[in-house]
Design a protein around this ligand. Structure first.
Ligand code: HEC
Ligand code: HEC
Ligand code: HEC
Ligand code: HEC
Ligand code: HEC
Length: 277
């Protein structure tokens, strides 16, 4: 083999590798996202990961958190300079230290002002510093995960009072949560089939946001009455989806094979999407 052929084959191999890489990247958005979310190793992480117990533990907990996933690093919460090791924890560089329990809501609330407002107005917020729960009682401080109704559980909620009131609030929210999820699935299904349901998707998004602001009030009466309103709004979206469904059904009867074929394709795409989700 001459030099030229070697170079040509190498080039060919390289572009093949590149093409494969691109293909794999295109097929696994999750992997790409994970890579993009990988955090730069700040001096905070470098030093703390070598420290024992309480000082080192936050690093691995935080790595699995929704905050790490969204680029909120040690210094985003604790302040300080993430680039210069010997100045990292200097108050002159904005280091805030670890907040005392009663200061936690304001500490977290810098970035979650809506939640902070609801929490402070609630029975829980009113009991802050007097035995009430603070943000990390329910969410933890470093292993903060995507919020869900699973956070309402016996272990967390019976630390201070019986589970009965927690159960009532959870039951009221679970039903609406189920409704939100089922409508969300149907809208996604339509979107996958290329049917324009953008307006309904937007309505659902706003109803869902309204729903997720309900909890921190821990006001069972309000949860019940607002859930009723939210269920009614979901009912309207549901009705419109049913309208689309019945039009589709008629077309299906008329169009027969074509529709069946497209549905099959959409089903496949949906399956494919599910596989990679
Ligand atoms: C060179 C090592 C080193 C670096 C760099 C470093 N830390 Fe620390 N950190 C420590 C040690 C040792 C302690 C415990 C002693 C102390 O509080 O000074 C500590 C304590 C802390 C505490 C607990 C303080 C308290 O009040 O209990 C927090 C929070 C913290 N570090 C966050 C950070 C953040 C954020 C950064 C980056 C901006 C950072 N650290 C950089 C070594 C380091
Ligand atoms: C979402 C905000 C947030 C992020 C991000 C965060 N912390 Fe913390 N951290 C807290 C809170 C709140 C406390 C106080 C909780 C407590 O008293 O238990 C705390 C406490 C600490 C403490 C004191 C010991 C302890 O566990 O109570 C250390 C040390 C610490 N954090 C280091 C870090 C390091 C290192 C990182 C990055 C790997 C980090 N933190 C990221 C919110 C955060
Ligand atoms: C008594 C437990 C509890 C306390 C205290 C608490 N939370 Fe929550 N939080 C929850 C639960 C449960 C959910 C999920 C609600 C849902 O799925 O609708 C949630 C949801 C959230 C969400 C997501 C809301 C959304 O709009 O999607 C954020 C952000 C949040 N909490 C931050 C905080 C902060 C910041 C504090 C302190 C000021 C705090 N939480 C105090 C239990 C708690
Ligand atoms: C420097 C800004 C910042 C601070 C401080 C902060 N967060 Fe967050 N938090 C974010 C961002 C950004 C996200 C991801 C986007 C989103 O979901 O809002 C997030 C997400 C969350 C979520 C998941 C929300 C969901 O949609 O499910 C919870 C719960 C949460 N944070 C709780 C806390 C708690 C508890 C503290 C204090 C210990 C805290 N945050 C401090 C910025 C912050
Ligand atoms: C650290 C203690 C503590 C924890 C943990 C705690 N609570 Fe509470 N809760 C309180 C206090 C204090 C009150 C107000 C006084 C009272 O009614 O007992 C309260 C009141 C309530 C109320 C009644 C509000 C009203 O308007 O009457 C509900 C509902 C509630 N909590 C739900 C929950 C749920 C759900 C959880 C778990 C996700 C939880 N609590 C975890 C301390 C706690």
């Amino acid at each position: 083999m001459t030099m030229t052929t070697v170079r040509v084959t190498t080039l060919a191999n390289l572009s093949l590798v590149a093409a494969c890489a691109l293909l794999i990247a295109a097929l696994t958005p999750q992997a790409v996202l994970a890579a993009a979310a990988e955090q730069p190793e700040t001096v905070c992480i470098q030093c703390h990961s070598t420290l024992p117990d309480q000082l080192g533990a936050p690093v691995n907990l935080w790595r699995k958190s929704i905050h790490a996933e969204n680029g909120i690093s040690c210094n985003s919460c604790h302040g300080g300079d993430p680039r210069i090791a010997d100045q990292a924890m200097s108050p002159a560089h904005g280091f805030l230290g670890a907040p005392k329990d009663p200061d936690v809501p304001a500490f977290c609330g810098r970035c979650h002002p809506g939640v902070l407002k609801d929490y402070l107005a609630s029975k829980h917020g009113k009991a802050l510093g007097k035995g009430g729960p603070t943000c990390f009682t329910c969410h933890s401080n470093h292993l903060v995960l995507k919020a869900s109704l699973d956070l309402i559980n016996e272990k967390t909620c019976t630390q201070c009072h019986d589970f009965e009131r927690a159960r009532t609030i959870k039951a009221a929210m679970m039903q609406t949560e189920g409704y939100v999820l089922s409508i969300d699935r149907r809208i996604t299904d339509y979107q996958n089939r290329g049917i324009d349901v953008e307006r309904l998707a937007k309505s659902l998004f706003s109803v869902r946001n309204r729903f997720h602001t309900l909890f921190h009030d821990v006001d069972v009466t309000r949860v019940k009455s607002e859930s009723a309103q939210i269920n009614a709004d979901l009912g309207k979206i549901d009705q419109e989806l049913k309208g689309i469904e019945s039009v589709m059904h008629q077309r299906k009867l008329a169009g027969g094979i074509v529709v069946a074929f497209l549905l099959g394709l959409a089903g496949l795409l949906h399956l494919l999407k599910k596989t990679f989700d």
